[in-house]
Design a protein around this ligand. Sequence first.
Ligand SMILES: C[S@@+](CC[C@H](N)C(=O)[O-])C[C@H]1O[C@@H](n2cnc3c(N)ncnc32)[C@H](O)[C@@H]1O
Length: 371
Amino acid sequence: MIHEPMPFFAFMDQALYGENGYYMTDRPRFGRSGDFYTSVQVSALYGALWGHVALMDSADQDTVSVVELGCGDGGLAAAMLPAMLLSPRLRGRKIEYAGVDLSPVALQRATLRVGTALEGLSGRETVSTVFARTPAALVESTGDRFLGAWVFGNEVLDAIPCDVVRVDRSGLWRLWVAPAKEVPPDAQPGVLAGGARRSYFLAQDRDQAWARELWTHWAPLLDEFAVDEVVGEWSVGMSQWVAGMLVDLRPRTVNFVDYGGLLRDVVGPDRPRGSVRGYRRHELVDNILDTTPDCDITYDVNFEPVQRLLGAHGLRASALQRQGAFLLGLPDVLTVLQTFEQQYPGGVRAASSLFMPGGGLGDRFVVCRAE
Ligand SMILES: C[S@@+](CC[C@H](N)C(=O)[O-])C[C@H]1O[C@@H](n2cnc3c(N)ncnc32)[C@H](O)[C@@H]1O
């Protein structure tokens, strides 16, 4: 139970990753029996297509080294690795796969699921797999094997705790959460509905580095949109985690897929309450403050700080692309689709929401890529 007033990011951290947190229990989370679908559960074609990207990006490597961040229950790897084994682009090379996830339950499930998916496959002996809770732990257990790897993360950034902030003409405000009776009387009402717990804004000084950075990028939005305030999410944890990963793994290619976009896609007058939301059993949850850790909490990712970090670590970030356009625009994509259709007749059509615009996953998700 959470009793103390705490910034929203600490609340989200406890709700998702604390003792009995949403991602730490053996609850089914993904797919029909869980709370939400990611592209991974929509179709094994998603893993096959990203395996294709990994092989193309690693064409000059003797071993194809893949690190998946936030691998969850291993659904992507269970589809991607068998598809890579079938691909002529593998050319008999070895594959080294590492799944990284903060949740020990997820790692257990992923180990089992990936092992089962590879069982009995021709070429299985050329694939090695390893699982770790953090990039640093991966390096500690594998030495330099995954340095310079091809790195991928589907819907991992949106699961990293964030703050909710408001910028207005008087300054910067940060969202706090407390039991209703502990809310300071002079606090300003927050953007998340309250029952037993309430959210409220407290003024935040701008001395700290994160607050200065946020102010630099967000304050101009007030005049640009001609509004008195903007509200949205800011994740110091995401930036620290991405920066740590870049130092630990020194990846050659990084791919993040998530909902979100550039700052002006995720913060603006059309989103007066920001984008934090909760899902349970495929429904939006009304009041996430009182229902955690029984629901997933997530938000739209602002990729701009991520792109700045990638650039600062010597990687060249491409412009963000919609998932559908990115996947369908891949070189040789028809060959991948044909191979998949031969294996799973009707499978490409069944996977069409991965590519569909207009509310489909093809439009809602964006690919942030740097090499
Ligand atoms: C929304 S799920 C996505 C799982 C999987 N990638 C998929 O698409 O089905 C987010 C996953 O990221 C993991 N995660 C969150 N923060 C993480 C972190 N800092 N490091 C590693 N894994 C993290 C969670 O435990 C969870 O399994």
